[in-house]
Design a protein around this ligand. Structure first.
Ligand code: NAD
Ligand code: K
Ligand code: MN
Length: 360
């Protein structure tokens, strides 16, 4: 029997509510199969750790993660600690330190979910957004001079490297090729960002030659938002820079019904390091500690984690359970217009997953 070593990092806010739910689901799943089991290690990194130690995670924290098979992450963000400290001190440190350069965000309208777009059903919206996750606008290069004075200046430099763009383009084309429609939209802003984004477009053209069976097109990022709303069925796989895809994927999550449902994977496609899976939402200060957090985003992240481990049967088993849960309005949390609690949704998921054995 295989044992997967999983690191769990709940982090802050509702991360502390949804990650235990995800772990409970994985434990239930392990009980239904002879095939594998999990060995968990929990890390208490985040804003509380910061208050005690002055850093979000220990200096040798990445070493503790390197030996894991995968990471399940909650959220970094606290009402009393500046966001740039929580983000750069934990989540970005892990993503960049473990070179998880491909951020993958599937979006679908699940059964039973009342999505906001008129004339847009599940058949019209089935996207995967690929976000460049290691450089671009979030390179971390920049600074402030003459702080507080009238001549103050501040920069955040967006750096794209040829190697960085080639690897994310290749990843996106390969992913598009693996999907039934073999369709890729390369999001750009090369009319205004006339250096880095022009290189981005040239590299897209170059990599496209390696994938003659993939149909692809280009879209400016502002036009892409309108296309997502007006012509959702014209999109399938989408690739964009760190910032552009960050914004597009929150829009995607909202168009599919709620930020509380959407999952993401921070992937190292070369598998040198563990990949990290998380719901795309943050700490949700307005609902934290109230048992109102929708755990579906975490459960779907668990599906992605299982797929990454190669446990495709188990992943499909959990995804079927998610679709049964979303189809039942009595199991909708407040973000979906219902009254169910995190605990009730988690109990229903565990019951469904535990009832049937994972198909061989
Ligand atoms: P958020 O995702 O925390 O919340 C946005 C809105 O969506 C809120 O109204 C919230 O209640 C709702 N929501 C989010 N997840 C939900 C869930 N599972 N169930 C029900 N409702 C849900 O975004 P924000 O308010 O912009 O950020 C709050 C904090 O989280 C900030 O500190 C931010 O930096 C951080 N953040 C972290 C991550 C991450 O760790 N990956 C991502 C986004 C935001
Ligand atoms: K998150
Ligand atoms: Mn975001």
């Amino acid at each position: 029997m295989k044992t997967y070593r999983i690191a769990t990092i709940p982090g802050d806010g509702i991360g502390k509510e949804v990650i235990p739910a995800g772990k409970a689901l994985l434990e239930t799943l392990a009980g239904t199969t002879q095939g594998f089991t999990f060995e968990f290690e929990d890390f208490d990194w985040g804003a509380d750790y910061y208050r005690a130690h002055g850093i979000m995670m220990p200096a040798d924290g990445l070493d503790a993660l390197r030996g894991k098979d995968a990471i399940l992450f909650g959220s970094a963000g606290d009402p009393d600690v500046p966001d740039h400290i929580t983000l750069w001190g934990l989540r970005l440190k892990i993503c960049q330190g473990l070179d998880q350069y491909a951020n993958v965000r599937p979006t679908r309208i699940l059964p039973g979910i009342d999505a906001p777009l008129k004339r847009c059903g599940p058949a019209d919206l089935n996207w995967v957004i690929v976000r460049e996750n290691s450089e671009g606008e979030y390179s971390g290069v920049g600074g402030r001079v003459h702080q507080g004075q009238p001549i103050e200046a501040a920069t955040d430099v967006s750096i794209l490297t040829r190697a960085g763009v080639e690897r994310i383009m290749r990843f996106a084309f390969r992913l598009a090729q693996s999907r039934p429609r073999k369709l890729l939209t390369v999001v750009t802003k090369s009319n205004a960002q006339r250096h880095a984004m022009v290189m981005w477009d040239e590299i897209a053209q170059q990599i496209a030659r390696e994938f003659p069976d993939v149909k692809w097109d280009k879209e400016l990022v502002d036009a892409a938002t309108a296309r997502m709303v007006n012509r959702p069925a014209s999109l399938d796989t989408i690739v964009a820079t760190n910032l552009h895809a960050d914004i597009l994927s929150d829009l995607a999550a909202a168009l599919a019904g709620s930020l509380g449902i959407a999952p993401t994977g921070n992937i190292d496609p070369e598998r040198r390091y563990p990949s990290m899976f998380e719901p795309i939402h943050g700490s949700a200060f307005d609902i934290m500690g109230k048992g109102l957090a929708n755990p579906i985003g975490t459960f779907w992240s668990v599906v992605m984690l299982l797929e990454h481990l190669g446990e495709t049967q188990a992943a499909a088993h959990v995804m079927r359970a998610i679709e049964k849960v979303t189809a039942d309005p009595a199991l909708h949390t407040r973000d979906l217009g219902g009254i169910a609690t995190t605990a009730q949704v988690t109990a229903a998921m565990c019951e469904l997953v535990g009832k049937a054995a994972v198909a061989a």
